[in-house]
Design a protein around this ligand. Structure first.
Ligand code: MN
Length: 243
């Protein structure tokens, strides 16, 4: 299998896993930077993630123009992805979702912060982007590159950002990493709500987050990925170089 063909299969699997684990429902999406052309990215046509097949995948310029849409409709919010790839050359995978436990932290002024070691992938600081600040009253959808770039500015050098009244974005340097971080962002959001009912929360320190991120390697994601593949009924392919 070529590098590109393997990447497309992995992207389909990622869509099914994110759906199975409740991070995306009928909406939300994941993209990858093109493995052979960093000026392009790949994502599905406008379709619910758990239904996506390889034949749904479309290549886009970073400005969101389909290279060949083959008559298919792209996601209106694809500009989230292109704008982040444009701003962050090291990012190779992006997830946008509306995962339910994350939403309250975008609308209340209570910060979403890591409290479980498995959730360090969200980083110590998760900024909030409010579309109303620069775009006024809209549908809240990131429907053009101007909005996408504004969101990318709010994301800055962080690993995730919330979108007020809408959802979040999560970035990674591999598909497995971004899926892992997206699932554990939702886990952290639920745990933070529960912990807040019991008392004052001791969050991970910045030093702890840094130590966890430094120690973890592809094997961290691999163990989860194999299980998630099984749950999503997708074939498991080990990542290159991982035992
Ligand atoms: Mn959305």
């Amino acid at each position: 299998m070529t590098l590109l063909a393997a990447a497309l299969e992995e992207l389909v699997t990622a869509n099914h896993i994110l759906a199975k684990e409740g991070v995306v429902d009928s909406f939300g999406h994941i993209s990858i930077r093109h493995p052979e052309n960093p000026g392009r990215y790949i994502m599905s046509r406008s379709r619910a993630p758990e239904c996506i097949e390889v034949s749904d995948l479309i290549e886009f310029s970073l400005e969101g123009k389909p290279v060949d849409a083959r008559g298919m409709d792209p996601y209106a919010e694809r500009h989230i992805h292109g704008a982040i790839y444009e701003a962050r050359p090291e990012v190779t995978a992006v997830v946008h979702n509306h995962s339910p436990n994350v939403i309250p932290y975008g609308v209340t002024g209570t910060s979403l912060r890591p409290l479980l070691h498995m959730c360090a992938g969200m980083g110590s600081h998760v900024p909030i982007w409010d579309s109303r600040t620069n775009f006024g009253d809209t549908t809240l959808l990131v429907s053009d590159m101007a909005m996408g770039r504004d969101l990318a500015i709010s994301l800055g050098s962080n690993r995730a950002a919330l979108m007020r009244g809408h959802g979040c974005v999560v970035i990674g340097q591999s598909v497995r990493e971004v899926v892992f971080s997206s699932i554990y962002l939702e886990v952290n959001a639920e745990l933070q709500f529960k912990a807040s009912m019991l008392g004052q929360i001791t969050f991970l320190s910045e030093g702890e987050v840094d130590a966890i991120l430094k120690r973890r390697g592809p094997y961290t994601f691999e163990r989860a990925w194999e299980r998630w593949c099984r749950r999503a009924e997708r074939p498991y392919e080990p990542a290159p170089g991982v035992k």
